[in-house]
Write a protein that binds this ligand. Structure first.
Ligand code: IPM
Ligand code: MN
Length: 352
C-alpha cells in the first residue's frame, strides 16, 4: 500500500454534491487499482450551512482545511443567498487564506467532443491558463463614498505585487517546461492601457523568461487573446494572466473545449493545501435530478491526483474520461448525455 491522502470533500451547493460524489467514486476506483489510500472527510461549508447557522464559514475553517492534503470542491452559490456572499465569503476567502496563488485551468478538447469552433479539433485546442488567484481586482481594495446619492463614488483597485506576480509567472514557466508541448508561454495583459499593473507584469515576465531559454515568451493583449482563442487557438500552449482576465478567458476556454460539463480547475498553493473544482457553478435548477454532467468534477479529481504525485492514477482517469466521451456520451450538456450523472460516474470508474 502506498501513501494515504487526507482529502476534504466539500460538495457545496446545488449540483456540487452530486458531481463530487461521482468524482469520489472514480478516485476510490483509482486508489484501489494503483495502491494508495484515501481518507475522505465531508465538510459542509456552503449555502445550506450558512442559511442554517448564519455564518458563512466557521471561525476555524482555514485551520481545519489546512490539515488536509487537498480539498475537493463541488460548487459554491445558493439561489436563496444574495449573490456575492458565499462566493466572496467561502470560495474567494479560501483561495486567499490558503494562499492558492495559481488557478490552473486546462483548455483541452477531447476527441469526439463538439466545439463551436468550425474547423478546429483536438490538435488545435490544447492549452492551459495559469490565472493569478489572490490579487488583482479580486483583492477587494477600494471603497464607496456617498452611496445611493447622485454623487456616489465607487473605486475598485487592482492590486499587483512584485511577489504575487513573480511567483505566478515562475509557476507558469515551470509548467510550460513540464508540459513539454509547444514550449511557449503567452502573457495575456493590457500593457497599452493598464500601464502600471501590466508594466509590472511585463517587466517581471521578460526578466524571469531569461531563466527559461527553452520556453518562448510571447505577449497578447487580453482583447486580442479572446480573438485568437476563437480564430487560432493552436497558437497557445500556456497562458499566464491576472485574476480577472483569467476568470473571463477561462469561461471562453470552457466553451471551446465543450462546455462547463467538462471544464476543471485547480486552486494551487505549491507549498500548501490546494483545492480542486469543476469551474462551472452550482447549476441549482438541475439539483437532485441526476442529469448534471460530472466529468468536470471527475477531471478536477484527476488534477488533484496529478498534484498529489499519483501520476499513474491521473493518467488513467484522463484516459477513462476520454474513452467515455468518445464512445458513450451523446452530448456533454446536462440532461442530454444519454446517461444519468451516476451512470457517467460508473462508466468512467468502469473504464479505469
Ligand atoms: C470562478 C468563478 C468565481 C471567480 C466566482 C464564483 C467568484 O467565476 O471560479 O471562475 O470569479 O473566480
Ligand atoms: Mn469564473
Amino acid at each position: 500500500m502506498g501513501k494515504t491522502y487526507k482529502i476534504a470533500v466539500m460538495g457545496g451547493d446545488g449540483t456540487g454534491p452530486e458531481v463530487v460524489a461521482e468524482g469520489v467514486k472514480v478516485l476510490k476506483t483509482a486508489a484501489k487499482k494503483f495502491g494508495f489510500g484515501l481518507e475522505l472527510t465531508d465538510i459542509d461549508y456552503g449555502g445550506e450551512r450558512y442559511l442554517r447557522t448564519g455564518e458563512v464559514l466557521p471561525a476555524n475553517a482555514v485551520e481545519v482545511l489546512s490539515g488536509f492534503d487537498a480539498i475537493f470542491l463541488g460548487a459554491i452559490g445558493h439561489p436563496d443567498v444574495k449573490p456575492g456572499i458565499l462566493e466572496k465569503g467561502i470560495l474567494l476567502h479560501l483561495r486567499f487564506a490558503l494562499d492558492q496563488y495559481v488557478n490552473l485551468r486546462p483548455v483541452i478538447l477531447y476527441p469526439g467532443v463538439d466545439t463551436p469552433l468550425k474547423g478546429k479539433g483536438p490538435e488545435q485546442i490544447d492549452f492551459v491558463v495559469v490565472r493569478e488567484n489572490t490579487e488583482g481586482l479580486y483583492a477587494g481594495a477600494g471603497g464607496v463614498l456617498k452611496k445611493g446619492t447622485p454623487d456616489e463614488v465607487a473605486i475598485q483597485e487592482s492590486i499587483n505585487t512584485r511577489k504575487g506576480v513573480e511567483r505566478c509567472i515562475r509557476f507558469a514557466f515551470e509548467y510550460a517546461r513540464k508540459r513539454n508541448k509547444r514550449k511557449k508561454l503567452t502573457l495575456c495583459g493590457k500593457t497599452n492601457v493598464l500601464t502600471y499593473a501590466f508594466d509590472l507584469w511585463e517587466r517581471t515576465f521578460y526578466e524571469v523568461a531569461k531563466e527559461y531559454p527553452d520556453i518562448t515568451p510571447d505577449y497578447a493583449h487580453v482583447d486580442a487573446t479572446t480573438m485568437w482563442m476563437v480564430k487560432n487557438p493552436e497558437w497557445f500552449d500556456v497562458i499566464v494572466t491576472d485574476n480577472l482576465f483569467g476568470d473571463i478567458i477561462t469561461d471562453l476556454g470552457a466553451m471551446i473545449q465543450g462546455g462547463m460539463g467538462i471544464a476543471a480547475g485547480g486552486n494551487i498553493n505549491p507549498q500548501g493545501v490546494s483545492m480542486f473544482e469543476p469551474i462551472g457553478g452550482s447549476a441549482p435548477k438541475y439539483t437532485g435530478k441526476n442529469v448534471i454532467n460530472p466529468l468536470a468534477a471527475i477531471g478536477a479529481g484527476q488534477m488533484m491526483m496529478d498534484h498529489l504525485g499519483e501520476t499513474q492514477a491521473a493518467v488513467a482517469i484522463e484516459a477513462a474520461i476520454k474513452s467515455v466521451v468518445a464512445t458513450k456520451l451523446k452530448s456533454l450538456s446536462a440532461g442530454k448525455m444519454g446517461y444519468s450523472t451516476t451512470e457517467v460516474g460508473d462508466l468512467v470508474a468502469g473504464s479505469i
